[in-house]
Design a protein around this ligand. Structure first.
Ligand SMILES: NC(=O)c1ccc[n+]([C@@H]2O[C@H](COP(=O)([O-])OP(=O)(O)OC[C@H]3O[C@@H](n4cnc5c(N)ncnc54)[C@H](O)[C@@H]3O)[C@@H](O)[C@H]2O)c1
Ligand SMILES: [Zn+2]
Length: 369
């Protein structure tokens, strides 16, 4: 028997619910209707791999709820997360007669969520949209919080909006078709939620690792629900990322530098963040914020979800990147560091030599030298 989990992202003036249930896709139509009512036109923005595997199921369920969905496909991949794609989709919407009462369903991974959400925020100055995320990363992270956007040649996510969805519909069952590497990469972000603010979730990773890795839906539902709850709480108290929301960036300072240094080719985002969390545990240890047993548990929990690509980079280049990061002020690098399992803090007093040795340590642990 399935038990539906329903959580609320309580943002003033536009709070919305997140439904999580194995097999939810079969009743997505009914839920969409409950949230946005009848619509003349409903558009599903997706990518070919997701449409091929799950499109029929979604379409059938929407049809049962009296919708006539039209599917729009964008090419698959991060490099199509671009303004040109948004323009093409908007032109297609016009041709298909979309108006301000039309609604958009974002059906895919984080790329689809960001692009379709951005499109929804711009089309005719904004139409309703619903997230139906289909990767771990999108289910535990990207679909929650209302950040949308695309990349520019100059950098990732440089153009975007805040546009909250009307609802987020999560079916952990669709994760069975996710490629192995994508699956693991998303799990690191869920583990991150445990370290930031949910010791029980962290322990679930320690104690039910085998079930998680074999995609057992019951434990997966819990991993997703706990991660969503954590993100929903953080986002609710800081919608526009003024302060508190920064804690979600645990592992991202060094993770982003690793991604950029390897031209976004070597690591999936979650994999780079995994190394970033190992480095954060190390920095917390060397700056006396964390004891060695806890730091070891964190590192073990990350590495147990491996394998991870090697960190074969020049330490010096990583430090340079950290110092020129757009979030770095006056050369002072900000880190989110763990104090204990379930508690982190934002710090700006980490000495450069500690950073150097933490990156060296990543290279050593990964066998990347
Ligand atoms: N808005 C936010 O707050 C936020 C947060 C984190 C990340 N992001 C963004 O998310 C993006 C990364 O998302 P992602 O990792 O989901 O990548 P993605 O959307 O590219 O999906 C990864 C791959 O999995 C495939 N796929 C998706 N669902 C599938 C399924 N059920 N079965 C089989 N294949 C499937 C896709 O076709 C794609 O090839 C980045 O652009 C990142 O910037 C946004
Ligand atoms: Zn991330």
């Amino acid at each position: 028997m399935n038990l539906m989990t329903r959580l609320t992202v309580a943002i003033p003036s536009h709070s919305y619910d997140v439904w999580i249930e194995n097999g939810l896709l079969n009743r997505a139509g009914e839920l969409v209707r409950e949230v946005i009512g009848p619509r003349q036109k409903l558009f599903v923005v997706t990518v070919a791999p997701v449409r091929k595997k799950w499109g029929k199921k979604l379409a059938a369920s929407l049809a049962r709820a009296d919708y006539k969905p039209q599917f729009l496909e964008m090419p698959d991949g991060e490099r199509y997360k671009a303004l040109a794609t948004v323009e093409t989709l908007a032109e297609q919407l016009v041709k298909l007669g979309a108006d301000r009462r039309s609604a958009i369903l974002a059906f895919g991974g984080g790329v689809i969520g960001d692009v379709a959400g951005f499109l929804a925020s711009l089309y005719m100055r904004g139409v309703d949209f619903i997230q139906i995320p289909t990767t771990v990363l999108a289910q535990v992270d990207a679909s929650i919080g209302g950040k949308t956007g695309v990349n520019l040649r100059a950098g990732k996510n440089l153009v975007g909006t805040f546009h909250q969805p009307k609802a987020v519909l999560i079916d952990p069952g669709v994760l069975v078709t996710l490629p192995e590497r994508e699956y693991h990469a998303g799990l690191y972000e869920a583990l991150k939620s445990g370290i930031i603010g949910d010791p029980n979730l962290f322990r679930l990773f320690e104690n039910s690792r085998r079930e998680i890795l074999s995609r057992e839906t019951q434990v997966l539902e819990r991993v997703i629900a706990d991660s969503v709850r954590l993100k929903a709480n953080v986002v609710s108290s800081d919608e526009r990322e003024n302060g508190l929301r920064q804690v979600l960036n645990l592992g991202h300072t060094i993770g982003h530098a690793l991604e950029a240094e390897t031209a976004y080719r070597r690591f999936l985002h979650g994999e780079a963040i995994a190394w970033g969390m190992v480095a954060a545990a190390n920095l917390a240890l060397t700056t006396s914020r964390l004891d060695s047993v806890t730091a070891g548990r964190m590192t073990d929990a990350v590495l147990a979800l491996g394998p991870l690509p090697k960190v074969a980079v020049r330490t010096r280049n990583i430090v340079k990147r950290l110092q020129s990061d757009k979030k770095t002020k006056n050369g002072v690098i900000h880190f989110i560091l763990p104090r204990e399992i379930g508690k982190v803090e934002i710090v700006d007093d980490v000495p450069e030599r500690a950073v150097i040795s933490a990156v060296d340590e990543l290279r050593r642990v990964s066998g990347g030298r």
